[in-house]
Design a protein around this ligand. Structure first.
Ligand SMILES: C[S@@+](CC[C@H](N)C(=O)[O-])C[C@H]1O[C@@H](n2cnc3c(N)ncnc32)[C@H](O)[C@@H]1O
Length: 273
């Protein structure tokens, strides 16, 4: 993959950060804690870190001194991740951050040799099957737990329902599975493929749901998500465009009036070495 791959905007990441934090499965964090070294500094490699939201969510939930090495291919996002630091650890210990521009599909396993924990969030569905298999091999080779959160699973529910929801959802999923110059993206198949690959290498995988539930207090995120969802669906299936303008107007009016709720299902995986 090249650095010219699909770029994720800062605004989108900042808009979704509170919903992501509310969605991630905290019970897996309790499990992670049991596998961290009992003493000393924990080194956590966050892959595809974006602006560093994973560290801001997880570091204060974990005990002990932590050094976060945050990897992304996008230097603009890395700059934010290196500046907007996590709060101290659960017991008040120091948390430091080091930013590293990395294409995780070309990740040198040696870079993770010091890892006590590997994390990623919203990443697996953006990969192809070969890229995910490579990442799985690197994670298993590191011999530490890996917490891989917020992978889409292709289930979206809007209330009230609309006759066009199902077609848009199917077209959006197809868009997520689209062919690129790197191969076909996994989209909603990423969780099943990751489970299969980790199991094949003998790692234990625990899974938990981590849905976004967007109601009136997340109306801005819901509106932004909806606009992107419809636009990706129409890019995939251009015939939808004829009906999508009226649909989007209707849905945004419902969101503004506090009458739209959106559930976007995701899955969190914890891989145990
Ligand atoms: C949906 S965002 C999630 C960001 C962050 N983990 C979070 O939870 O807010 C996906 C991130 O993965 C990064 N990414 C995608 N493919 C990558 C690759 N091959 N190498 C490095 N970073 C990648 C993108 O630049 C983006 O920051």
């Amino acid at each position: 993959m090249t650095v010219e791959g699909i770029r994720v905007s800062r605004r989108w990441l900042s808009l979704r950060e509170p919903a992501d934090a509310a969605a991630r499965a905290t019970e897996l964090v309790e499990e992670v804690t049991r596998y961290l070294p009992a003493t000393g500094r924990r080194v956590i490699h966050d892959l595809g870190c974006g602006t560093g939201a994973m560290g801001r969510w997880l570091a204060p939930l974990l005990p002990g001194p932590q050094h976060w090495v945050v990897h992304d291919r996008d230097p603009d996002l890395l700059e934010v991740a290196a500046a907007d630091l996590p709060a101290p650890a659960a017991d008040g210990a120091a948390v430091s951050v080091e930013a590293m521009q990395t294409d995780i599909t070309q990740l040198d396993p040696g870079k993770l040799a010091d890892a006590s924990l590997i994390t990623a969030s919203g990443l697996l569905d953006l990969l192809t099957e070969d890229e995910l298999a490579g990442l799985v091999t690197v994670c298993v080779g590191a011999g530490c737990p890996a917490l891989l959160t917020l992978t889409v699973v292709g289930r979206v529910y809007l209330t009230p329902a609309d006759p066009l929801d199902r077609r848009l959802g199917a077209a959006f999923d197809a868009h997520q599975r689209r062919m690129t110059d790197r191969g076909r993206l996994l989209g909603p198949d990423a969780v099943a493929v990751a489970r299969e690959e980790f199991s094949r290498l003998g790692a234990e995988v625990l899974g938990r749901p981590s849905p976004w539930r967007l109601g009136t207090s997340q109306a801005e995120l819901a509106a932004e998500w909806l606009t992107g969802w419809v636009s990706a669906a129409c890019e995939q299936e251009v015939e939808l465009t004829a009906e999508s303008d009226a649909y989007t107007r209707r849905r945004l009016a419902e969101a503004r009036a506090g009458r739209l709720t959106v559930t976007v299902e995701h899955a969190d995986l914890l891989v145990l070495p």
